[in-house]
Every structure is written in structure tokens, then in C-alpha cells.
Design a binder for this molecule. Sequence first.
Ligand code: SF4
Ligand code: SF4
Length: 389
Amino acid sequence: MWNVLKDIWFLFGRLFPYPTRPGLRRIGDPDRSSPVLVTGNFELTVRTVIETLERDGIDAWLLIAPSKGVNVWCAAGGGHFTTDSVVSIIKTTGVEKLVDHRRVILPQLSANGVNYWAVKERTGWKPRFGPAHIKDFAAYIRSGKQITEREHRHVSFDLPERLAMGTNLGFNVSLILALPLIIASFWVAGLWWKTIPILFMLSVLSTVLVFWLPGKIGVQKGLALGVLTAATYALVAQTALDVPPWSLVGWSAWILAVSAFVGYDMPSWSPLWRQDAKELILGVRTTHVAIIPERCINCHLCDIVCPVDVFAHNPETKKYEVANLDACEACGACIENCPTEAIVNNFREGVCACPTCLAIDGVSKLAGKSRKSRQPEPSSCTEGECGCD
Ligand code: SF4
Ligand code: SF4
């Protein structure tokens, strides 16, 4: 019963932290040669990992590292699942007494917060970034971990993922805006209870339809969806409902504004869209990575950690190059893990500012702790080379 209630909550509220106990768990019947893998301590993630591994018949040692109860990708991006989290869980669980090897498999989507080289140096264990999704873990293990197939590293945001993302985004945005809308309803009668369903519906639709909506950046896609939705409303209101013209114009404009807001993705909480007003208004590219060829030592790590295949290997120069800049969604994984600071960028300025991270930040500050800045070391900025301003 409790699990059913939790599942209902996770349909809408998975952007909220839900921690489970960090530590070591046995999966199946592991022995001294079984793989050791790491995940974050978000309850839903841990349950999904355990259920998937058990279903696929994998015997393993699972290290549940502290991630403040947030899913791995968000936690790593927000500074809650870090190199320290991985190092501490390896050192404190006594896992080294249970296995003969010293290899640990990290979730690929933790690469925007976990530094491969630092984990290696500080633990003496050999880390390896595994597949992006746990469903591919069995295939990865059975392939001998020699490679992580490109499709296992690629995050494609398929329809069920987008539906889950949109539902949770809609729930979160509706909660945040509920109070201001209720207050505004003292001046515009019924504003809050009419707007919340619109907000929720547009959040779901915009995330589900993101690949088909015209426009390159979020706010353009939001406006396109807004025009479509407002036109549909106007058509229905004119033909089937007795709506006065001033009300029809007002609500159509409101739908357009709400849709643009949803598309704007203010805190950049969707990896599908970027925080992009600057790009739209000033024509300045807000997401730009570049590789300084002289610094590239051909270690492959940028290609391994990039979830959207931005990089390509040049067999002639034996270096990596940026091959598909438009796909970059500014996760920062390549920058975190490049050992020679060969990757320069113009977006990795600080910690995540989504409501979840801000709330965690507030609690941490009250407890006298603060998040580490994700500001890259000054030496990684080579003025002008990445085309930033
Ligand atoms: S750019 Fe950096 S991470 Fe990528 S292959 Fe070169 S050295 Fe390795
Ligand atoms: S190229 Fe962009 S999407 Fe790929 S790892 Fe780097 S920052 Fe992330």
C-alpha cells in the first residue's frame, strides 16, 4: 500500500527530493568478482535500479551515495551528487573487503558532477562511466564492459520520458504559481482555477511535443504551442460557447503568455530546453563548447560522458572535435571530466537554480552549509576561443 502511494506521488512529484538510506546493498548473490556500481539516494532511482538488476539476473554490489534524495542527473548538475559523494561511499562502506577487484561503475549521467580522474586518484579504484539508463546495464555487463555502446550513452528523451517530465514539470510549476495566482484572483475573478489547468496542460503538451514544435529554443516553441492552443480555444469559444469578445481576446492572450512562460524554461530545469532569453533577444549563442586541439590527449572521455553525441573522433588528427554543437544541452559533463581543460565553454557559471536546488540550498544555508560553486577553474577559460562574450 505504501509503495502504491509512493508510486502515485512519483507520477507528479519526482522533482522533489525523496531520500533513502545511503550505503551498500547486495543485489542477487554477488561474489568477490561481481561488479560494483554506484547510484544516488533518490528513493525512486534506488528502487528502479534494484528491480531492474534483479529482473535481468545481475548479481552486484550497489553503492547508494548521498545525493540529497535527488535523481542522479539533477543532483550531479546541482552539486548534490559529487566526486565527494562517490569517494565517501567507496571509503565508508567497506566494499573493498567484499571484492578482489577495484573497479567501480558510475552512472553516466553523474558525469556533470563527478570527476573521473579525482575519484581514481582519491580512492585507488578504477572508475568507468556505465550506460545512461539502468535498463542497459545487463547488456553492458554481458558485453564485458569493454565498450559502452553509443546508444547506451545517448539520452534520447523518448515519449514515456517526456510524458513523465512534462507531468512533473506541470505539477511543479502549478505549485509554484498557485499562490501568486490566488492573490491575483482578487482582481481577476477565477484567474487561479482557470490558469492552473492551462499551465499544467501546456507544460505536458510542450514537453511531449517538443521535437515537433517549430522554433529552435524553448520560448519560440512555447509561443508556437500558445498560438495553436489559443486558436483552438477561440474556435471552440466562438462556435460552442457563449463567450463575449473581450473575454475571448483576453483569455487567448493569457494562454499565449502562459505558454511562452512555460517554454521560456526560466530555471532551465528541462534538459530539452535551455535558458535562452539572451540567445533570443540579443542573438548571442548561450551554449557554446569548443575543443582546443593542442590540449586534447585523445582520452575519449568527453565522447563517453556526452549524453547527446556532440563530439566526434577525427582519425587523421587523432583528436576529438565538436561535431554537433546544436545538440549540446549544456550539462557540463565534458568540461567536468576533460583532464587537460581542453574544452572551453561559455555557460558553466554556477550551480543549478531550479526550485528543487534552491530549496535544498535554503535548507543547507539554515544548517550552516553551502553548495560548492560549479564555476570552472579560471585556467579553463581561454578568452575568445569558444566564441563566448
Ligand atoms: S577534449 Fe579532453 S576529454 Fe575529450 S578526448 Fe580530448 S582530452 Fe579527452
Ligand atoms: S557537449 Fe554539451 S551536452 Fe555534451 S557533455 Fe558537453 S556540455 Fe554536456
